[in-house]
Design a protein around this ligand. Sequence first.
Ligand code: TRP
Ligand code: SF4
Length: 404
Amino acid sequence: MSSTDSSQRVLSGMRPTGKLHLGHYHGVLKNWINLQNQHECYFFVADWHALTTHYDDPRILEKNVYDMVIDWLAVGVDPQKAAMFIQSQIPEHAELHLLLSMITPLGWLERVPSFKDQQDKIKDKDLQTYGFLGYPLLQSADILMYKAGAVPVGADQVAHVEITREIARRFNHMFGKEPDFEERAQTVIRKMSKQASKQYKSLCKAYQEQGSQEALESGRELLSAQQNLSTSDRERLQGYLEGSGKIILVEPQALLTPASKMPGLDGQKMSKSYNNTIALREPIDEISKKISKMPTDPARVRLTDPGEPKNCPVWQLHEVYSDAATQQWAEQGCRSAGIGCLECKRPVIDAVVAELEPIQVRASEYEKNPDAVKAVIAAGNDAARATAAQTMDDVRQAMGLKYR
Ligand code: TRP
Ligand code: SF4
């Protein structure tokens, strides 16, 4: 978790929608678990984002927040490797959101596709609000606060990372020019070894005069290897290299989460709004019942009617859970009417249960010990707060707010 190069830092958030299901696990969470082994990671509960659309039911927020954190922990998001925190417990997010709002053109927000889409789709709520318009900007503040280089998100969120990049660029352009930038940069260059500073200067020249991308890359690498420079000095030289001012806010990259192949109980994508989910904490006998009741190939009315796996949602579960031999057994048995549908579902039920049982054991330990969950969040909040305080220092300074 301790790297000084923020381009490797990963940050992602999830709105607290309550208990998570297998779709979340196979889509987002397994990806997080991989990332936590390779990067410094921050994962947080976007509870303010939940309020932008669900401001009218405040009573369920707390339960949803902790249910979600318990599920993260139960599937193996590891507090030793990733900081887990709650957005509203780091009020700096609100401050950064406010400050960024000063320089964010309304048109940028109005043009974000999710703004109109959601307003059209969600009819039971009034989303003609200031908070809802600002949804992507709040997300930008979340991301820019941690100078995260990579943001794992689903396809629907890529536009939000894109607007974040635009806002970072605009901010750096407006506020990154310190009056004595040139002088300061020169002072920092002198702090490097003779060899490094000579190399840096020639890379600057190669990039600025010939636009060499290679020089830009090498320059960045050179800077991140300069252990004796403070983060702030490194950002100065990074900006100097690129011919801009000091880079205060870092432009993130979207890390597109591969679309989850997890089908729901009806063969559509698993989603709460389709009512076709298996929750991670679904009681074992419910799992059994739900899968047993799944619809199958409509052509297989009787046991003696042959079926076609391609027309059956159960087959999609075999594709996720079964090995080659079991898949072959199911395909052949289906097409030859050699097995019954309930028989065909058996290995799927067993596999889902085997996957969820250990997760449920861990979840129930956390359910019994809410203090342990709170301690994880408290530690995550502390880590987040330390980084947030630094960023806000730079931002306030850049915007002329460091007076008393
Ligand atoms: N908007 C995201 C979603 O609905 C959640 C989110 C909030 C987020 N802030 C973020 C995701 C910052 C990544 C980074 O899924
Ligand atoms: Fe579906 Fe299996 Fe029944 Fe075939 S045998 S219709 S694949 S459940």
